[in-house]
Design a protein around this ligand. Structure first.
Ligand code: SF4
Length: 346
């Protein structure tokens, strides 16, 4: 089996180049072919000698995964289906990526795992269980192989999986996205959505300058625990305590995702407690309509309840927005993908 080049840094590529008898500077050349020229084949790296390419190709491959299918919504949202080649027999064998156009913006919502082990009760991916973490190459392929690749303006790690449960690979991807030798994106174009896996959240906050979205969903610990088992290991209070140690008053932003379940978490009492928890923190709350999944006892709050909740938060000094759903007709909206999650809403 060949080793995949996608996801490697120029320093790592230099070592690979040298081991194949290529000059050290070929590491930088290979990085350019991978991340700027987006080639799918070593043979296309035409500024490497023919013999060098042949030697490289004996042990290595680019490793780009191509989509199996794409569907386009009435509102222009596009849902790509990528194969998950390492699926076990009978396991989940594909992952999804959603491209959301909005005026001049084209946001790519990427998956970081096939399935998820976090078990949030309201989430289809959680129901499907965990089938494997994606490699950096598999995540990067989502950026490189979509038709909009050259026009993407933003990205959110909000597809299938918990990105902080796959931090090593996600961190590699963020390095490629932001490095001059990679996509050279500003960290402001990147948002990672998490339910709050504390140890890796700290690493994310320390090691990147990208935005953060936290799936909060309920301010009361027992109620949140009933929705999200993670509350037991990493209580939201501890997550907030960590977040408060970082500066979100400048370019970096933090938002909180709050999916609204009628009669469960949409009362004035919830709004007041949420406002109390977030007091003094420069942030935004995104109120998200719930897309029904089978065997979940609650349905979405209606627009009136969501507006009332938003107003109550605002009156208590918390900026809040009711998010519109995108791509519902192709099941690309939050929580509606065959295997998508409900971390938040891009
Ligand atoms: Fe996993 Fe996110 Fe779904 Fe929770 S909401 S089960 S963390 S994908």
């Amino acid at each position: 089996m060949k080793t995949v080049l996608l996801g490697k840094t120029p320093a790592e590529l230099k070592e690979i180049a040298l081991s194949c008898g290529l000059p050290g500077f070929a590491g930088g050349q290979i990085a350019r072919w991978l991340y700027q020229k987006k080639v799918r084949d070593i043979d296309a790296m035409t500024d490497l000698s023919k013999e060098g390419r042949a030697r490289l190709g004996e042990q290595y491959e680019v490793g780009m995964t191509l989509p199996l299918d794409v569907q386009t919504s009435r509102d222009g949202t596009r849902k790509y289906l990528f194969p998950f080649a390492r699926a076990k027999e009978g396991g989940l064998d594909s992952i999804e990526t959603v491209m959301i156009p909005d005026g001049d913006r084209k946001t790519l919502c990427v998956s970081s795992q096939a399935g998820c082990k976090m078990g949030c009760r309201f989430c289809m991916t959680g129901r499907q269980g965990f089938h494997g973490s994606l490699t950096a190459a598999e995540i990067l392929s989502q950026y490189l192989a979509v038709e909009e690749s050259d026009g993407l303006t933003n990205t959110v790690f909000m597809g299938m999986g918990e990105p902080l449960d796959n931090w090593e690979e996600v961190s590699r991807v963020i390095t490629v996205l932001t490095a001059d030798w990679g996509f050279a994106w500003s960290p402001k174009r990147i948002t990672l959505s998490t339910i709050g896996v504390l140890p890796n959240l700290k690493k994310y906050l320390d090691e990147s300058r990208c935005h953060l979205a936290v799936s909060l969903h309920d301010p009361f610990p027992a109620e949140r625990l009933a929705l999200m088992p993670v509350e037991k290991a990493y209580p939201i209070r501890d997550v907030l305590e960590l977040i408060r140690r970082y500066d979100f008053t400048g370019q970096r932003r933090v938002s909180f995702e709050y999916t609204m379940f009628s009669g469960y978490n949409d009362s004035p009492r919830h709004a007041d407690e949420l406002a109390r928890m977030l007091k003094g923190l420069e942030c935004r709350v995104n109120l998200i309509r719930f897309h029904q999944i089978p065997d979940f006892p609650y349905s979405t709050s209606d627009t009136g309840a969501m507006e009332a909740f938003r107003e109550r938060l605002e009156r208590r000094g918390v900026t809040a927005t009711v998010r519109t759903s995108r791509g519902e007709d192709i099941f690309a909206a939050c929580g509606l993908l065959a295997g998508t999650h409900s971390h938040g809403d891009a």
